[in-house]
Unconditional design. Structure first.
Length: 275
């Protein structure tokens, strides 16, 4: 049985949620022999798809989402035809062990939110097929996001070094302790020179929640914009400490291992690729 790991942020544009997820997904696909599903449930964002889709050498343009993605799995779930074997048929392969499930093509957020009553069964099926299901959800507090958080084995909370955002989050978890019962925090676009370091954040807010960081990296952001994420990671798979992107790659790998640790999974069970 696999695990659902949901990447969530307090507010849009505040924690680099999608880019953090992209980096973790790419590390999983590149470094490990296990099956990972990358899923985006946001109605108004296709950042995940845009970062990966043109890098997939099996296709040249965006797929017609009427025949792929989350909408089709919703239809199968409603008609009681959703099976473990059907999940992979509606995904796009990125790496040998990484598949992308495109988000909705529905014309309104209200129509998309209707998936709430079957989203749990969709991700339950994905857990039977994939070792990890990584989900990018809409930030903040809404019906669909909360339902997915309830079905998650781990929540990766994406924040930044803005003290207002940090205060708001630590107040929120006091109000909703059950919703955030198992989580880790990642600080996106991390600035090492900021006063609000990982240690200071934990100390300031008297928190024992594990905190990690992904530093800002212009080359990675350019790769996302130019749909070259796969190439970016493959070219940097074996770089040494003198490379300008070394700290970014190490941080992404460290966060990935932290996710395994939080799930109480020994990452060494998944033999690292040597090719």
């Amino acid at each position: 049985m696999g695990s659902v790991v949901t990447f969530w942020g307090l507010k849009a544009g505040q924690g680099a949620t999608s880019s953090n997820l992209i980096s973790v997904a790419a590390i999983n696909g590149m470094d490990y022999h296990h099956r990972t599903l990358l899923s985006n449930t946001q109605f108004d964002s296709n950042t995940i798809e845009q970062a990966f889709i043109n890098s997939n050498r099996t296709i040249n343009t965006l797929h017609n989402y009427s025949t792929l993605g989350l909408d089709q799995l919703e239809n199968l779930a409603r008609s009681k035809q959703l099976s473990n074997n059907s999940i992979k048929d509606y995904t796009v392969p990125i790496f040998a062990g990484l598949d992308l499930l495109p988000s909705t093509s529905k014309p309104s957020s209200d129509m998309h939110t209707n998936i709430t009553d079957v989203i749990g069964s969709i991700y339950q099926s994905s857990k039977n097929v994939y070792d990890l299901t990584l989900v990018d959800v809409h930030p903040g507090d809404n019906k669909l996001t909360n339902e997915i958080l309830h079905h998650s084995d781990l929540i990766v909370v994406n924040l930044n070094q803005n003290v207002i955002v940090l205060k708001a989050f630590f107040e929120l978890i006091k109000q909703k302790p059950d919703l955030f019962s198992k989580m880790i925090i990642v600080i996106g676009q991390y600035d090492y020179s900021s006063k609000y370091t990982i240690k200071n954040i934990s100390r300031t807010f008297k928190s024992k929640i594990p905190v990690y960081a992904i530093p800002h990296n212009s080359n990675f952001m350019d790769a996302c914009n130019e749909q070259q994420v796969v190439e970016f990671f493959l070219k940097r798979k074996n770089i040494n400490s003198t490379h300008e992107d070394y700290s970014f790659m190490e941080a992404a790998r460290y966060l990935n291992k932290a996710i395994f640790k939080a799930l109480e999974i020994d990452h060494r069970l998944y033999e690292e690729r040597e090719d």
